[in-house]
Design a binder for this molecule. Structure first.
Ligand SMILES: NC(=O)CC[C@H](N)C(=O)O
Length: 229
């Protein structure tokens, strides 16, 4: 299975994502610059965190016009797995690949600490290695993680089981404690917490590891290969 880690000017979690794939899965992974116009070689696209284009206008508002984002949209349509983490989640909402928006944290402060998440949907390709309702510890680091959408969109998210992670103790004012959502098809997921920073006990928690094994196992299932771990 081949992974791409997108790199925008100002990305700063690209190396962590790359290392997580390399260390946890040992699968091939490439950095792909934001000007790229071909993602056909990749099975999973990771849109990493950071401060792309300095967070000017709104987080992700400029990156969504990068040439590579047309390819991300195509990959999403083809059913490939797309995972947007933090700034990556903001970029995916700005690009219209996920509904809603991320606003300034209610506290108006940048929050950087561990959070307890509940796995609200373990039937996605990104969460299948967790138990439904399991509580996991994953760090956050953001100033604009306050998820918002209108009432109809929220009703649709709930009806389609698209709310994938919720916070046990809401750090940013996010609607109904939402920490991560997926698209209707389930192949595009965005989340504010950072699973790539949680792949070894040396980092304080390795609860993020199973997101990566989930992706690989989902892909292997689809292609008739044996599961890992
Ligand atoms: N770690 C990140 O990706 C941060 C995202 C964005 N720059 C914010 O502050 O909200």
């Amino acid at each position: 299975m081949k992974f791409a880690v997108l790199v925008f000017p100002g990305s700063n979690c690209d190396i962590d994502c790359y290392k997580a794939v390399e260390d946890v899965l040992g699968e091939p992974v490439d950095y792909v610059w934001h000007t790229a116009t071909d993602l056909s070689a990749y099975d999973c696209i990771l849109v990493p965190g950071g401060f792309s284009y300095g967070d000017y206008l709104r987080c992700g508002a400029i990156s969504r016009f990068a040439p590579v984002m047309n390819e991300v949209a195509k990959a999403a349509e083809q059913g490939k797995f797309i995972l947007g983490i933090c700034n990556g989640f903001q970029i995916l909402t700005e690009a219209g690949l996920l509904p809603g928006a991320l606003r300034r944290n209610m506290s108006m402060k940048f929050r950087c600490h561990d959070t307890v998440l509940q796995v609200a949907n373990n039937t996605t390709p990104f969460t299948r290695d967790y138990a439904q309702g399991e509580e996991i510890v994953i760090p956050i680091a953001h100033g604009e993680g306050n998820y918002y959408c209108d009432e109809d969109t929220l009703a649709r998210l709930q009806a389609n089981n698209q709310i994938v992670f919720t916070y046990k103790s809401n750090p940013n004012g996010s609607l109904t404690d939402i920490a991560g959502i997926c698209n209707e098809q389930g192949n595009v997921l965005g989340m504010m917490p950072h699973p790539e920073r949680a792949v070894d006990q040396l980092l304080g928690t390795d609860d993020g590891k199973r997101m990566f094994t989930s992706i690989l196992n989902a892909w292997r299932d689809k292609h008739g290969a044996a599961s890992v771990r």
